[in-house]
Design a protein around this ligand. Structure first.
Ligand code: G4P
Length: 534
């Protein structure tokens, strides 16, 4: 590519228009890693299946990278994978795979333009899927639904549509309809054409699935009763108005549905086509004052994730930036809105799992990882030209609290550095009080697995084993100096200072908070969620 020092608005809009930036939301085990791998395989970003999932027994890892993730088979951290399909550029932003990581996931979902909701055909909508769905709804993200594992016995297809409708409020508008019951997946009706797309299994799913296309008449002959049933069911959908409508999908009222068996690469091409044909591309993002930043204006972006220790050779701080407008050029100097200082982007790289390869340009919708970005924090904005500040990302209220100590006192320095770093990354909230002393911070987590992540990272990345002391608190609220004074010496209440300076009151139970509030009706508490990340 010739060097681009700037791009015309027309070019920026054209490149932004090619981008499809999405995340997959699912309950653990629904098949997210398998689907990611299958998507990459279809897009020919990787040549052999097995390069994505980090589970024991499979080959290397693309989207998961912490040793712990591999051991547990869950994805704790987020990376972005970019590949080309048809004339589009697909950015798949990996969401953390565990129910505990809602905060982290929320940040990722703030950086995408659409979500793919992956549902296990035998389980229907599970807890984590519903939680993530709620976040998508709050963000107004259009959702494409994939019913996965259709090669295995599962729930009835119409019953699944009912469940989606009742539990999410979205009208499912299947783009394909399965021929053959779950467990006997013959293929699908492509509703737009009425054709039958039959799948031939490929051994082990190691290559792209071969598909055959038959006209309805040919399919009726080949598939007999299975075909007739599917056609009848498809007719019902049409009668009920469950047909794809682009405007309703983009308005978050309907969800296109595809039937899929990711493990054998069934239905994956259809997902890619749907992303390219129907998923939205970058829209002007609103700044703190509610003013949209035009996609074709000067470069701007915001940090949705920071991470350290991705490369065990040199422990870099990587800030993941979602480009919102304009052309990002490696080496450019942008302004860091939080400090007003220049920020050099010399080390920008695009992240494909562990193997970060350098990226020279990025367009609205893309995600770049900026290495050595220790001054950038989650929620920070970067821009060139006209200043912009995007709204900060909300923090969630922790419900689990532990005091943390170095297991080995001689590792105090490593301990401090590690805690500081994890705090900065937003892995966990860190609070302190004079009574406990600087060496014994209190950690607040939204879910208990976060503590395991901290333990693992402290040991592996910072060389400091830690021990925890469980604290008897369940509720946290923001208070002020007057409130803190009132709570001094109260039983089952403790006030700590969070690293951003906020005073946080911890209560043993919600009941304790209520009882205290009743005694002091003039005292008001802030929700942790109202206090943005900084
Ligand atoms: P996750 O990232 O959402 O947690 O799920 P993952 O892809 O790891 O898939 C969870 C399990 O479901 C895996 O089985 C995987 O092979 C299986 N799976 C995923 N998609 C399909 C599908 O379309 N059909 C069927 N039948 N199975 C599917 P596992 O036993 O945990 O691992 P493995 O031994 O198969 O690798």
């Amino acid at each position: 590519m010739t060097s681009l020092s700037e791009a015309s608005p027309v070019e920026v809009l054209a490149e932004a228009g090619r981008r499809r930036t999405f995340a997959v939301i699912s309950h653990p085990d629904a098949g997210k890693s398998t689907l990611t791998e299958a998507l990459l395989l279809h897009a020919q970003a990787i040549t052999t299946a097995g390069a994505v999932d980090g589970k024991a027994g499979r080959r290397g890892t693309v989207s998961d990278w912490l040793a712990m993730e591999q051991a547990r088979g869950i994805s704790v951290t987020s990376t972005a994978i970019q590949f080309e399909y048809r004339d589009a550029v697909i950015n798949l932003v990996d969401t953390p795979g565990h129910a505990d990581f809602s905060e982290d996931t929320f940040r990722v979902l703030s950086a995408v333009d659409a979500a793919v909701m992956l549902v296990d055909a035998s389980k229907g909508l599970e807890v984590q899927t519903m939680k993530l769905f709620e976040v998508c709804r709050q963000r107004g993200l259009p959702i494409i639904t994939i019913i996965n594992k259709w090669d295995r016995p599962g729930l009835d297809a119409l019953a699944l549509m009912d469940e989606i409708h009742t539990r999410t409020g979205l009208t499912p508008t299947p783009l394909t309809w399965p021929v053959g019951l779950a467990g006997d997946f013959r293929g699908v009706i492509e509703r737009e054409t009425g054709d039958f797309i039959g799948f031939n299994r490929t051994p082990g799913g190691a290559t792209r699935a071969h598909t055959i296309r038959l006209s309805p008449a040919e399919a009726a002959l080949a598939e007999g009763a299975n075909w007739n049933t599917a056609v009848e069911e498809e007719g019902l959908l049409t009668m009920e108005g469950q047909t794809h409508d682009e405007a309703l999908f983009l308005a978050n009222q309907t969800t296109p549905v595809l039937f899929c068996a990711a493990v054998v690469n069934f239905g994956v091409r259809e997902l890619l086509d749907t992303l390219v044909d129907s998923a939205p591309f970058a829209e002007p993002r609103l700044d703190v004052s509610g003013t949209p930043r035009a996609v074709e204006s000067d470069f701007s972006g915001f940090v949705f994730k920071v991470q350290s220790g991705m490369n065990s050779n040199h422990r870099d701080h990587v800030a993941f930036v979602r480009v919102c407008s304009g052309l990002f050029r490696r080496g450019m100097t942008a302004t860091h809105s939080a400090t007003g200082r220049p920020f050099a982007t010399k080390y920008a790289q695009q992240l494909f799992g562990r193997d970060g390869s350098s990226v020279d340009y990025a367009w609205p919708g893309d995600v770049v990882g900026l290495v050595n970005a220790s001054t950038l924090r989650v929620g920070d904005s970067l821009y060139e030209g006209t200043p912009v500040e995007f709204p900060r990302l909300p923090m969630f209220s922790p419900e689990h609290f532990r005091a943390v100590y170095p297991a080995d006192r001689s590792k105090n320095k490593q301990f401090r550095r590690g805690i500081e770093q994890l705090d900065y990354e937003g892995v966990i909230q860190v609070m302190r009080s004079p009574a406990r002393g600087d060496g014994a911070p209190v950690l607040g987590a939204v879910g208990p697995l976060q503590f395991e992540v901290v333990e693992e990272r402290m040991k592996n990345d910072f060389g400091s084993a830690i021990r925890y002391e469980q604290l008897p608190y369940e509720v946290a609220r923001i208070t002020d100096a007057d409130g803190a004074k009132l709570m001094e010496g109260e039983r089952q209440i403790e006030v700590l200072t969070r690293s951003d300076g906020a005073l946080v009151a911890l209560f043993s139970t919600a009941w304790r908070l209520q009882a205290f509030s009743r005694l002091h009706p003039t005292l008001t508490f802030g929700e942790m969620a109202d206090s943005p990340t900084r």
